[in-house]
Design a protein around this ligand. Structure first.
Ligand code: ATP
Ligand code: MG
Length: 427
């Protein structure tokens, strides 16, 4: 036989045993986004390469070395999206959602970056993101952060820290760039190679360097807060006040700049010490210049994205329990008459109890073998239908787990009473 194909490096399959955790995550995220009135926007995986170059910035890790870019049959340069914000702005402009409007949006899906694969870092990974447009005040920065805090809490992720900084707005950023550049040039020869290459074109990028020697050197770098004007100070104070009002603790980190050029003022990250070098689980900020930069009218914007795989890894590291069962009920039957009734009963129960997950046994066999499958399915309850039960229009109900919602170890119930009992199993 020819060699079997393997998946492309950094591109992973998610098997049914793991997809329960994914589904729970998507369900909880959907509820949290809805709780703040955010609507879903579904964006394509492929965009024109120029969109990412212009938004993320030419002198960034993503654009310099991480994009999956190719020329299609018409000769156009296309790129598998490395992130969602650029596409969201592109779509918002294309469909007239941004001009003089307020929008609260969320998206989810795969992103692609050609990085070195390791735990928590893949070439295809998945993100949730939220974006809010048309609102200038710090209260909306606080809202997207509160939303992220609620999401992490609902997912059982406790061991996380909120880090906060501000780049002060585009004017302050420009002024700070000069001060930082002057400092960095004084220490140019001590910087890591990437930082030396970038120091003139994009000095702020150096703050985001992963090199330890560069980071040590940066301890004496000028702080961006010293460059703040009154507006920047008021916005950042307002955000901190709002977070305090909401009881959200944060740590100020004046080196935090994020790896993407479009951020203009607020930047924040939720980090954990549980995932080694892949410690950032959720990150974002305010990007008031991007809509205009992509051809729209000036529009304030703030948002964040999180790495779904990292949230799942953190759930695992913290021992968060996930219900990975595929069924609530496993329906066993013995003999042809029982098979026909079981088929009909299973459909009726699905009609009567929305959300109830029933696996109907297939292909016959002995009761012991069927119950073995029932146990393996993770179902809370097995139903057993044989000739005697069909005759009496009853069914045996056998509880398989301690949490089988009112079903006793074994009981016999008339058909009409089944739906009420099983409704208790729906989560
Ligand atoms: P990092 O510093 O870890 O490379 P980043 O600054 O490149 O992260 P963003 O572009 O802000 O990350 O993306 C937001 C989130 O997406 C990250 O905080 C992380 O959780 C996740 N993420 C980014 N790149 C990857 C990847 N290659 N694999 C898995 N998750 C990722
Ligand atoms: Mg990165």
């Amino acid at each position: 036989m020819a060699n079997l194909f393997q998946s492309v490096r950094g591109f992973n399959d998610v098997l049914p045993a793991d997809s329960a955790a994914w589904q729970q995550l998507y369900r909880i995220a959907g509820e949290v986004f809805a709780a703040y009135g955010y609507g879903e926007i579904k964006l394509p995986l492929l965009e024109h390469t120029g969109l990412f170059k212009r938004s993320i910035g030419e002198v960034t890790d993503i654009v310099e070395k991480e994009m999956f870019t190719f020329t299609d049959r018409e000769g156009d340069s296309l790129t598998l999206r490395p992130e969602g914000t650029a596409s969201c702005v592109r779509a918002g402009l294309e469909h007239g959602l941004l001009h003089n409007q307020q929008q609260r949006l969320w998206y989810a899906g795969p992103m692609f970056r050609h990085e070195r694969p390791q735990a928590g870092r893949y070439r295809q990974f998945h993100q949730f993101g939220v974006e809010a447009y048309g609102m200038t005040g710090p209260d909306i920065d606080a809202e997207v952060i509160a939303l992220s805090a609620r999401l992490l809490k609902r997912l059982g992720l406790t061991d996380v820290t909120l880090e906060l900084n501000s780049l002060g707005g585009s004017e302050v950023r420009k002024r700070y760039r000069e001060a930082l550049l002057e400092f960095l040039l004084r220490h140019e020869s001590s910087l890591d190679a990437d930082s030396q290459r970038r120091v003139r074109s994009n000095p702020l990028r150096v703050l985001d360097s992963k090199s330890e020697t560069t980071q040590a050197l940066l301890a004496d770098a000028p702080s961006i807060q010293d460059a703040f004007d009154d507006a920047a100070r008021a916005h950042f104070d307002g955000l901190q006040q709002a977070l305090s009002d909401l009881g959200l603790a944060y740590r100020l980190n004046n080196r935090l700049v994020r790896g993407i050029d479009y951020y203009t003022s607020t930047v924040f990250e939720w980090t954990t010490t549980q995932l080694g070098a892949q410690g950032t689980v959720l990150a974002g900020g305010r990007y008031d210049g991007l809509v205009e930069q992509l051809g729209g009218s000036a529009t304030p914007a703030v948002g964040w994205a999180c790495g779904i795989e990292r949230l799942l890894l953190l759930q695992k590291a913290l021992g968060v329990e996930i219900d990975s069962s595929a069924a609530d009920v496993y329906f066993c039957w013995l003999g042809e008459a029982a098979q026909r009734e079981a088929r009909k009963l299973a459909e009726q129960l699905r009609d009567m109890v929305p959300g109830l997950r029933i696996v109907l046994h297939a292909d016959g066999g002995k009761l012991a073998a069927q119950l073995k499958r029932a146990n393996r399915s993770g179902a809370a309850v097995a139903l057993i239908l044989g000739d005697t039960e069909v005759e009496a229009r009853t069914v045996q109900v056998k509880s398989l787990r301690a949490d089988a919602a009112g079903a006793s170890a074994q009981q016999i119930l008339p058909w009409p009473e089944l739906a009420a009992l099983l409704a208790g199993l729906v989560k």
